[in-house]
Design a protein around this ligand. Structure first.
Ligand code: G3P
Ligand code: CA
Length: 269
């Protein structure tokens, strides 16, 4: 083995985050996909947020419904009642016939509240504020719902919910409103080498970790992040080989469409 000591993850165990649920197996951001993620032993279910015309937070990656439903247009232009009529599962059956299941047809776009109602405190949530500039009030709505489902306070501090965003202003707003909620700064292209330090110093002011694109980082970067005492959860790591590489670099967790594969890799780690 290597002479280098393995750094312990500051928060303990290395986390397996089911990206959009177990989205390699089931239609992303559906209750079925989250249930499968949990069944596959994910520690967190990952949820991207968009907001309807009547200001309801819903789970969807894109701003438009076109890719993942049978509808078209922006979530922002849909009343929840209309959005609920869309089929969020049949596209998956059509795109991935080898993974298709009849029960995926007709699945609905879940609201964040429905997700909290379904899973309560039985799982952990890794929630992303998407396009916050397009959705004024999104952060307040999110915190309100977290309060309602008892996911703040002690549960907040313990990492029951991690809030992530590519947008620092969204995280800073949350940090101001509820400073004890753990935040992760997503970064598509992090500064590498010596320049990383300055960027990480900034992020440390409000976040407990970073979520970089796995394609744009290296071992040195992971070690630098760990040296700052920050968590590092790269996205989206889908092959066994890439997972092993990520672990060998010292990541403290990762986002994957295949939580079953990562669970297996971790057992041998
Ligand atoms: O949230 C981590 C990762 O999901 C960021 O990329 O585009 O899949 O939301 P995206
Ligand atoms: Ca995401």
């Amino acid at each position: 083995g290597s002479a280098q000591a393995k750094l312990p993850a500051p928060e303990g165990k290395i986390v397996n985050v089911a990206h959009r649920g177990a989205s390699g197996h089931a239609p992303e951001h559906t209750i079925a996909s989250y249930e499968l993620g949990i069944a596959m032993k994910a520690d967190y279910i990952e949820i991207d947020l968009q907001m309807t015309k009547d200001d309801v937070l819903v789970a969807m990656h894109d701003q438009a419904v076109n890719r993942t439903t049978n509808g078209s247009g922006y979530v922002r232009d849909y009343m929840l009642e209309e959005l609920k009529k869309l089929d969020a599962g049949s596209w998956f059956n059509a795109s991935f016939p080898e993974k298709a299941k009849p029960e995926y047809a007709g699945l609905q776009v879940p609201t964040l509240e429905e997700i909290f109602q379904r899973f309560g405190r039985s799982t952990n949530y890794y929630i992303e504020t998407k396009s916050p500039a397009a959705y004024p009030g999104m952060e307040e709505k999110l915190l309100e719902l977290m309060e309602k489902y008892h996911l703040t306070g002690e549960n907040g501090r313990s990492g029951k919910v991690i809030i992530q965003s590519f947008h620092p202003e969204s995280l800073l707003k949350i940090h101001e409103l509820q400073p004890d909620i753990p935040l992760v700064q997503l970064i598509s292209r992090p500064e590498l080498g010596k320049k990383a330090n300055e960027q990480l110093e900034q992020i440390k002011q409000y976040a407990i970790g970073v979520g970089p694109n796995f394609s744009n980082i290296n071992k040195e970067y992971v070690q630098t992040v760990r040296g700052h005492g920050l968590l590092i959860h790269p996205y989206t790591v889908n092959t066994e080989e890439a997972m092993k590489t990520a672990l060998s670099w010292g990541v403290t967790g990762l986002f994957t469409d295949y939580p079953d594969v990562f669970h297996k890799v971790m057992k041998k780690h």
